[in-house]
Structures are given as structure tokens and as C-alpha cells.
Design a protein around this ligand. Structure first.
Ligand code: FAD
Length: 323
């Protein structure tokens, strides 16, 4: 097998999900005695590229032109597809991040490849066949899919696989791809950051709150708890519908799907549509004053009580613990 991984960067720094996909692909490469090559698009400095060696990539192909400094879905999909062909890779691994969700199906269509998006674990490999567990129906279910096409694409859920430092060095090689003018039919003119805080889809810890908070004026304690934990903030749909919080924080079936290591749900009932977006979190903590709230059924830890009493105490305790 020959494996290519696409490593995403933000402003020249690799995202955590980039190291996750390299670590994931490295485990497959070790099992199959395969080569592991990465492709990086955009302006990434040599010392940053070198970090990929520490996670197991032996070579990184770099594509860097001014036109590509911002993410352009079609152009990136063309370049990565070309790289798959030119390296002879039969497995492409990328993150099921915002951009990965746009790229993976485009690349799979271009290459007539089999696609597993939202993969949760390493594949089992029998000859040419890869069997992968993945999320399905907006995270309401899991599916086990068999990839049998000559080229396979796996889009790995953020936080589903732990990074593993293996040591090692990586060779850096420029890569030139033919990108058609039509691939630039969408041009990014400006990127405006909504927040400097941790990105919600990739956050390791999420502090989320619902209608139990009563109003937007009470989110200070949620943000304080999130700050202490280095967490992203999220909310239920009615909260963003009411304009208490931005829609970018809404998680669930009709919002963002998250799979952090820790999801803290405060004053959220745990409706099925909300759970659809959070159920693959590794640990769920629920704070709710109603002991019958459905969220407790899926919680790893539950605190029955008033959020206005518990959250400030929890924040204080964490501050004291951190010194
Ligand atoms: P509520 O259901 O009103 O629950 C508030 C909770 O706060 C209660 O459990 C209450 O006991 C608790 N509480 C109250 N006061 C306190 C206090 N002082 N301290 C502690 N706890 C307190 N919802 C989503 O979140 N995401 C989605 O993507 C989504 N998509 C949907 C799609 C469809 C098609 C439909 C029909 C609905 C969707 N919903 C979604 C809405 C969903 O069904 C629920 O209505 C919603 O999740 C409820 O939000 P909530 O838990 O914040 O509010």
C-alpha cells in the first residue's frame, strides 16, 4: 500500500488534526509496511514542515503559490487528486474538518475512489479491502463500511485518533500540479476571524449551555469556565435561534458535530437532535437541575443542581487546582 495524507494548516501552522491524520496513517503504514507521504498546501515554513517527521511522515510534498494561500476547495481538491495519482497512493487520509468535508467527496469523485468520511478508528485490512467504522446520519448512528475500490479516501473525525510522536525526519519536496483556471471560480477575498478562541469542531474540551441559562446575560460564567479549561463554547439550537449566542456555536443535528474528549452540557435537556451532534464525545458531563433530564442517560458524570450555583463553584475549584 502507498499512503498520502493531506495536512491542513492555519496561517502556516499545522492544525492538531494534521498530526492526528499523520499518526493515524502511520499506524496503517506500519501495519502494511507502506510508505507515508504528506502533502501541504499554502505557505508553511521549513521548520513547521519538519514537525511532520516526528509523527511518522517520511516525505512532504509542498505546494505554495500566492493563489493557494487561502483555502480554495476546488483547487485544493485538484492538487490533492493530482498528488494521489503522481505518488501512486492507493489510500488518502485527511481530516473530516470543515475543509476536509468539502475536499473528501470532491477528491473521491475525481479519482473514482471509495470514501469513508467521519472515520472513527483504524481500518481492518484484508487484502485490498479496508473496513472502517464511521459516523452516520449526523452522528446518530455508526456504520461499518468496506472500501474496495482501487483508491480509498478516509476522512478522519477530529479527536478520534490520538497523536503519537514517533521521532524521525521528513524530506521536503516541492510539488507542481496543473490547476485549471475554472478551479479558481471561487476566490477568497478576505478572511475575518469571528473569534480568537479555540475552534469548536476541533476543540478537545467543549463547554456548552442551553435554555436553562435563562438569557444571554448569563453566559459570562460559561465563558469563564471555558477559559479556565482552554475550551470552546457551544450552545443548543434554541439558544442560537433566540440570538443569545452566534449560530456558529450551535451543535446538534442541524448544527456543528463535535467529538471532543470532554463535553460539558449545562442547562441542556438532551433532546435527540442535540445528542446527534455530541454523542461521539469521549466523556460527557451534564449539569441540570432536573434529575429526569434525558441528557443524564448518556452522561458519564452527572451533577443534579442549579447551574447558577454549580458553575461558579466549579470554575473556582478549577482555578484553585491550577494554582
Ligand atoms: P430546553 O429543552 O428548554 O432544556 C433546558 C434544560 O435546562 C432543561 O433540561 C432544564 O431542566 C434545565 N435547566 C433549567 N434551569 C436550570 C438551571 N438553573 N440549572 C441547571 N439546569 C437548568 N437542538 C439542538 O440543540 N441542536 C440541533 O441541532 C437541533 N436540531 C433540531 C432539528 C429539528 C428538526 C428539530 C425539530 C429540533 C432540533 N433541535 C435541536 C431542538 C431540540 O429538539 C430541543 O428543542 C433543544 O435541543 C432544546 O434545547 P435546550 O436543551 O437548550 O432547552
Amino acid at each position: 500500500m502507498s499512503i498520502l495524507v493531506y495536512v491542513e494548516n492555519t496561517d502556516g501552522k499545522f492544525k492538531k488534526s494534521a498530526f492526528e491524520v499523520v499518526s493515524y496513517a502511520k499506524a496503517i503504514a506500519d501495519n502494511t509496511n507502506s510508505d507515508l507521504v504528506a502533502i501541504s498546501i499554502g505557505n508553511v515554513a521549513q521548520d513547521e514542515l519538519a514537525t511532520l517527521g516526528n509523527y511518522g511522515a517520511s516525505k512532504v510534498l509542498t505546494v505554495n503559490t500566492d493563489q493557494l494561500s487561502s483555502f480554495v476547495n476546488q483547487a485544493y481538491a485538484s492538487i490533492i487528486s493530482e498528488a494521489v495519482k503522481s505518488t501512486g497512493a492507493n489510500l488518502l487520509v485527511l481530516s473530516n474538518s470543515f475543509s476536509g468535508k468539502g475536499l473528501a467527496p470532491r477528491i473521491a469523485a475525481k479519482l473514482h475512489a471509495a470514501l469513508a468520511d467521519g472515520a472513527l478508528s483504524l481500518p481492518t485490512i484484508e487484502g485490498e479491502k479496508l473496513t472502517v467504522k464511521k459516523t452516520a446520519f449526523s452522528n446518530k448512528a455508526f456504520a461499518t463500511v468496506e472500501l474496495t475500490a482501487a483508491i480509498k479516501v478516509i476522512a478522519l473525525s477530529p479527536n478520534a485518533y490520538e497523536t503519537k510522536e514517533t521521532g524521525g525526519t521528513v524530506a521536503v519536496e516541492p510539488f507542481t500540479a496543473n490547476v485549471a483556471a475554472t478551479d479558481f471560480s471561487t476566490i477568497v477575498r478576505e478572511i475575518v476571524r469571528a473569534t480568537d478562541k479555540v475552534s469548536l469542531p476541533e476543540a478537545e474540551i467543549v463547554v456548552s449551555a442551553g435554555r436553562g441559562l435563562k438569557g444571554p446575560e448569563n453566559w459570562g460564567m460559561i465563558e469563564e469556565l471555558a477559559d479556565v479549561l482552554g475550551a470552546a463554547t457551544a450552545c443548543s439550537k434554541p439558544v442560537s435561534d433566540a440570538g443569545w449566542r452566534p449560530h456558529s456555536e450551535h451543535v446538534g443535528q442541524t448544527g456543528i458535530v463535535v467529538s471532543p474528549n470532554l463535553y460539558i452540557a449545562i442547562g441542556i435537556s438532551g433532546a435527540i437532535q442535540h445528542l446527534a451532534g455530541v454523542s461521539s464525545s469521549k466523556t460527557i458531563v451534564v449539569i441540570n437541575k432536573d434529575p429526569e433530564a434525558p441528557f443524564f442517560k448518556v452522561a458519564d458524570y452527572g451533577i443534579v443542581g442549579d447551574a447558577f450555583d454549580i458553575v461558579p463553584k466549579l470554575t473556582q475549584a478549577l482555578k484553585a487546582y491550577k494554582g
